[in-house]
Design a protein around this ligand. Sequence first.
Ligand SMILES: Nc1nc2c(ncn2[C@@H]2O[C@H](COP(=O)(O)OP(=O)(O)OP(=O)(O)O)[C@@H](O)[C@H]2O)c(=O)[nH]1
Ligand SMILES: [Mg+2]
Ligand SMILES: [Zn+2]
Length: 278
Amino acid sequence: MKGLILKKNADKFTVEIDKKPIIMSARNLKKDGIFVGDKVECENGVIEKVLERKNLLIRPPLANVDTMIIVIACLPKPDFLLVDKLLVFCVVKGIKPVLCINKSDLSESFVSDVKKIYSGVVEIVSVSTLDESVMKLKKYIKGITALAGQSAVGKSSIINALLKKEVTQIGDFSKKVMRGKQTTRLVELYDLGKNNHLADTAGFSKLSEELLDVDEKELKSYYPDFVKYAHECKYKSCEHITSADCGIIKRVKEGKINKTRYENYKILRENIKNLKKF
Ligand SMILES: Nc1nc2c(ncn2[C@@H]2O[C@H](COP(=O)(O)OP(=O)(O)OP(=O)(O)O)[C@@H](O)[C@H]2O)c(=O)[nH]1
Ligand SMILES: [Mg+2]
Ligand SMILES: [Zn+2]
């Protein structure tokens, strides 16, 4: 029988079989080689085999991710470099990204600011977990979908709102910001019907450049908004750093490419370069 790992707890696994969760063991396999999101073969209540994976994320540990909903909000202060890193990460791992602006009840101007940076780069949906607008997210949840983003942007709140019950713990914003504590720790898949599952994750709040596994010379090819104008650079190898004959820098000056995106590209490129020094 085929199943899907929904949850891992010590040496027990919750496996979804025929839409029902069943607790199983894996006595013939290495437990640390089985991840939430893994598709498995089971017999008599025992996991016997892990099927080939599409991808595997290490931090948070999650397998076979199809979609990533990157959540940002006006509060806590958004980290656009993290958003850009996650967008690169999605291309590397073969994941479809969606940018979700949460807490739209707090600021309308923030929504339009974010659209200025990311329209044409990634699909954008703005929601609030305080009203029905959160349901707009349903159509983006395809296959195994991970919610990613800084702590306290409202990832767990989104899951609870979509499932209309308290399945995962929501943090107290002020306490969290003061202590810098994350509320969600374990990875778990929640059933959203039609073979779609949603995972609440914490580990993405920081994504180290190492996990991107991208060479600094290749980084530019992960920016669709740059690729569009790359033919305007004099040299094919142009990394868009020195302005002589660079079409990208020209477009940034004209406002056709967003300045924040470009400045963060330079920072990320430097960070990746610096990895090699150690
Ligand atoms: N105003 C407003 N507040 C929200 C909204 N969604 C969530 N919050 C609040 O934001 C705070 C953090 O929410 P969580 O859902 O715990 O955030 P999280 O992203 O899961 O945080 P971690 O688990 O630490 O990664 C809580 O105080 C929520 O009540 C929203 O749409 N509008
Ligand atoms: Mg959470
Ligand atoms: Zn260039």
